[in-house]
Design a protein around this ligand. Structure first.
Ligand code: SF4
Length: 394
């Protein structure tokens, strides 16, 4: 297939595909799916070998957000039956993080619901970062606290944070349909503030919110222009009690095509399979490892993932290996250290789940799948781990 040969050649050279080529990947048929996965897999292996980086989420503050992101179980007015709690103490968060590290996680993602942190919140997170770094040698810490104001990224960096996550989520054209309490431009600005402070930027998307293929290509091209080091790809889990509760648009095949498209557009970037992988990829999850080089271990912010042990077995069974702390995730040309950001996404040579947004899950299933093959019966709200008395599923 000429399209795939062209895309492999471009990916190996870190060249940007055209928009038409990216759209053509999304338009491939189910019969062509294995060829698409094999082609994108060649690009993945060139830059990341068979390594899979594990990331572990700690929800520092859950629910009760004043913002109205339609996909989010923690949004203003959400009726989703999720856990709600205010800031975990530094030692509680450190203990939760340690469980993920013990399970093989190389990065801990500290997430808090809300529009953005106050300076007092940054103080709290600073203490938490210090506690985690002290107790877990070599661990990377990513903060995901919402929109930043001046000086906050610098303070997080000084406290030892390695990265900051803030997702673009969807295309600029459709952003206003998903959220009204802040703008796409606000989100771009926060990612740029994090980069300017020397933090490794992690910024991604949520697929399956009713967007078109053009929207998906738009947001992925925007991400590439923004040049984050990691790109989490979430698949919407339509929570009952949120406006997107009935949006079931994804099949395993569609999810794989989306991941392949992201890999071709961002060949040498950490592409992270994030929230919704169990629900939408189901038994096809191992195929996705040929496309992404990073996943979350165990549970998500407000929904349960598959057991951490099942993640590890899946990686081993598929012929991949968990990336250790002694290995630099990014290829040398974009790496300046543990997760540095001086390289570039693609041949321009310009300079990773999202956390805040990968939480959606349903309390109960809605009635009719919007797309044949889309299933809606595999979501459980998280009742264990951080903020509970129960052990986490790391
Ligand atoms: S995504 Fe973040 S800002 Fe938006 S509603 Fe959820 S917690 Fe609030």
């Amino acid at each position: 297939m000429d399209l795939l040969n062209t895309l492999v050649e471009k990916g190996l050279r870190r060249e940007l595909p055209t928009r038409e080529e990216a759209l053509a990947v999304l338009a491939t048929t189910d019969e062509e799916l294995l060829d698409v996965v094999a082609a994108a897999g060649k690009v993945r292996r060139q830059w990341f070998g068979r390594r899979v980086k594990l990331n572990y989420l700690v929800n520092l503050k859950s629910g009760l957000c004043p913002e109205d992101c339609s996909y989010c179980s923690q949004r203003l007015g959400s009726k989703a039956g999720i856990l709600k709690y205010t800031w975990l103490k530094a030692d509680e968060a450190s203990k939760a993080a340690a469980a993920g590290v013990a399970g093989g996680a190389k990065r801990v993602c500290l997430v808090a619901s809300g529009r953005g942190p106050t300076d007092k919140d940054v103080d709290r997170v600073t203490k938490t970062i210090e506690a985690i770094k002290e107790n877990n040698e070599g661990v990377e810490v990513c903060a995901c606290l919402g929109l930043l104001t001046d000086g906050q990224a610098e303070r997080l960096k000084a406290a030892g944070a390695d990265a900051y996550n803030h997702n673009l989520n969807t295309s600029e054209a459709t952003y206003g349909n998903i959220t009204t309490t802040h703008t796409y431009a606000d989100r771009v600005e926060t990612v740029q503030q994090a980069q300017a402070a020397g933090l490794s930027a992690c910024s991604g998307l949520i697929a399956g919110m009713g967007e078109s293929d053009e929207d998906l290509v738009d947001v992925v091209f925007s991400l590439r222009a923004l040049d984050p080091d990691s790109v989490p790809v979430n698949f919407l889990i339509p929570f009952e009690g949120t406006p997107l509760a009935k949006e079931w648009h994804l099949t395993p095949q569609k999810a794989l095509r989306i991941l392949a498209m992201v890999r071709f557009v961002c060949p040498d970037v950490e592409v992270r399979l994030a929230g919704g992988r169990e629900v939408h990829l189901r038994t096809m999850q191992p195929l996705a490892l040929h496309l992404v080089n990073s996943i979350f271990l165990g549970d998500y912010l407000t929904s349960e993932g598959q057991a951490g042990q099942a993640d590890l077995e899946m990686i081993a069974d598929a012929g991949f290996e968990v990336e250790g702390t002694d290995t630099t995730t990014l290829p040398e040309h974009r790496s300046t250290g543990v997760c540095g950001s001086a390289g570039g996404c693609g041949s321009e040579g310009a300079s990773a789940g999202g956390c805040h947004d990968d939480a959606p899950a349903a309390e109960e299933a809605s009635d009719v799948p919007a797309v044949p093959g889309a299933r809606q019966d595999l979501v459980t709200v998280r009742r264990r781990g951080a903020g509970t008395e129960l052990a986490p599923n790391a």
